[in-house]
Ligand binder design. Structure first.
Ligand code: KIV
Ligand code: ZN
Length: 528
């Protein structure tokens, strides 16, 4: 078998397209742009920014990313249909020569029979016509035979060849339903390299889903067999069980360079920041024991391990936390640190803030330094990301007081500011968080239904920053929000105000009619 000799693997990030298809992980335009900018800092090769025909929001996002994000290639997804291709071409047009159209068409027997009701010959023809049409708009056309891993290999080879003949520059082999296993998937990639004429002239990608927890293993097996592009997402976000996780697959190739002899262009020190940002914006919490970016990924608990680490790090550490941008144990600044030191330190951490953003972040830092003795890099990252991702401050929390206890009816008093106006109210609830959220509802004349409330400690210690992630249903829209504070009720209240601001920002034109959308928030049964 003639294998690819170039040992550079292209990283195609689809967090904004397949990742966003993850239930509950949808993002607005501002959030997508933030993520795309971080992906550019991470130096991914290609950003799949969305599926432009799917909705006006998707179209706008692909177009805005194409206009504003410099560096990576920007791809827009399209079925092999004229209306999709025209829309995708329009969306990626501002990216100029960095614009890519990614066309797909299902090829497996099960999809042909039940979904498309098309014979093999029709599929081959539609794939070729789709690719050729896309080539009229852009030079860079990617073709994906959907459900490739469950397609008869000979037929898959035939479709790939037709797509290459029609002008595809990248062929992507998806394991759409996460059915493949590593040896089999690797062999399929090897088979295509042997049986598809012209395949050595294009880049072969793989796109693996994680239904059996094998997306990373399958992608690695594929690059061992000649693939030179991996499609993946930050935190492995994606449809159902998600996609191949970018951080895992990149760090596997880097850490086991001795075995793979492959490299990527990824700036791995940006990985942790990308992970936190995506988690923050989607409200999808990263599990503590998640490889590479989970809170426990570099934590050594057992005495034997700690002893070994003190003697020689490599006894129990195959990667260093700094390699992926984790520096949580570094004590940085205190409450007497001035603006200059603060700004210098943020610069070192890679943040480039405007004067206004810096002023806001500094105020938040001073407020935190008043409550928390030791401030770590992770605390600073949380503060800054919160500033950068906060929705426009229509309402801001000015004051919160809760009274609670085992024999007390939990009661909250809240003061919010909107423009120059200060609004105050009080309410009781099933717990202090419920009371605070009910009071905020009363002031804003909105009633969101709390779907999810997750609390995570950002750093260690009793005075650690607690980060609250919530999901709120406002009846016509579900909104995610996060906030951090040393006080978890305050973090919950701030996250909730953030959700309200985000909701109102999206419905600005509809104001003041907005308050009429009033589904009742479910009274929590437990005290939070
Ligand atoms: O999983 C899949 O098959 C896809 C294609 C559109 C590439 O996401
Ligand atoms: Zn997919």
């Amino acid at each position: 078998m003639k294998k690819k000799t170039d040992n550079r693997v292209v990283i195609f990030d689809t967090t904004l397209r397949d990742g966003e298809q993850c239930p509950g992980a949808s993002m607005g335009l501002r959030e997508k742009l933030e993520v795309a900018r971080q992906l550019a800092r991470l130096k991914v090769d290609i950003i799949e920014a969305g599926f432009p025909i799917a909705s006006p929001g998707d179209f706008e996002a692909v177009r805005a990313v194409s206009e504003q994000v410099k560096g990576p290639i920007i791809a827009g997804l399209a079925r092999c249909l004229e209306k999709d291709i025209v829309r995708a071409a329009e969306a990626v047009e501002p990216a100029g020569s960095r614009g890519r159209i990614h066309v797909f068409l299902a090829t497996s027997a099960i999809h042909r029979q039940y979904k498309l009701r098309k014979a093999k010959e029709e599929i081959v023809k539609q794939a070729a016509v789709g690719v050729a049409m896309a080539r009229k708009y852009v030079e860079d056309v990617q073709f994906s035979p959907e459900d490739a891993s469950r397609t008869e290999p000979e037929f898959l080879a035939e479709v790939c060849r037709a797509a290459i003949d029609a002008g595809a520059t990248t062929i992507n082999i998806p394991d759409t339903v996460g059915y493949a296993v590593p040896e089999e998937f690797g062999a399929l990639i090897g088979y295509l390299h042997e049986h598809v004429q012209g395949i050595h002239e294009v880049t072969v990608h793989v796109h693996c889903h994680n239904d059996l927890g094998l997306a990373v293993a399958n992608s690695l097996a594929a690059v061992k067999n000649g693939a030179r592009g991996i499609e993946c997402t930050i935190n492995g976000l994606g449809e159902r069980a998600g996609n191949c996780s970018l951080e895992e697959v990149v760090m596997a190739m880097r850490t086991r360079h001795d075995f793979y002899d492959l490299s990527t262009g990824i700036k791995t020190r940006e990985i942790f920041r990308a992970s936190r940002l995506v988690s923050q914006l989607t409200g999808m919490v990263v599990q503590r024991n998640k490889a590479i970016v989970g809170a426990n990924a570099f934590a050594h608990e057992s005495g034997i391990h700690q002893d070994g680490m003190l003697k020689e790090r490599s006894t129990y550490e195959i990667m260093q936390p700094e390699d992926v941008g984790i520096s949580g144990t570094e004590l940085v600044l205190g409450k007497h640190s001035g603006r200059h030191a603060f700004s210098n330190h943020l610069h070192k951490l890679g943040f480039r803030l405007s004067t206004e953003e810096l002023a806001k972040a500094y105020d938040a830092f001073i407020e935190l330094a008043d409550k928390k003795k030791t401030i770590y890099d992770d605390d600073l990252v949380a503060i800054v990301q919160q500033q950068m991702t906060e929705a426009p401050p229509i309402y801001t929390l000015q004051y919160l007081h809760v009274s609670t206890g085992s024999d007390t009816v939990p009661t909250a008093t809240v003061r919010l500011q909107r423009n120059e106006e200060l609004m105050q109210d009080a309410a009781c609830g099933d717990g202090p968080v419920d009371a605070a959220l009910k009071t905020i509802d009363r002031i804003c004349n909105l009633q969101g239904r709390l779907l999810d409330f997750t609390l995570q400690a950002i750093t260690s210690g009793k005075d650690a920053l607690g980060e609250v992630s919530i999901r709120v249903d406002f009846g016509d829209q579900i909104v995610n929000g996060k906030a951090s504070s040393t006080d978890i009720v305050e973090a919950g209240a701030r996250a909730y105000v953030n959700c309200i601001n985000r909701y109102l920002a999206d419905h600005m034109d509809a104001e003041p009619a907005v308050p009429s959308a009033k589904p009742k928030r479910k009274a929590g049964s437990k005290k939070k």
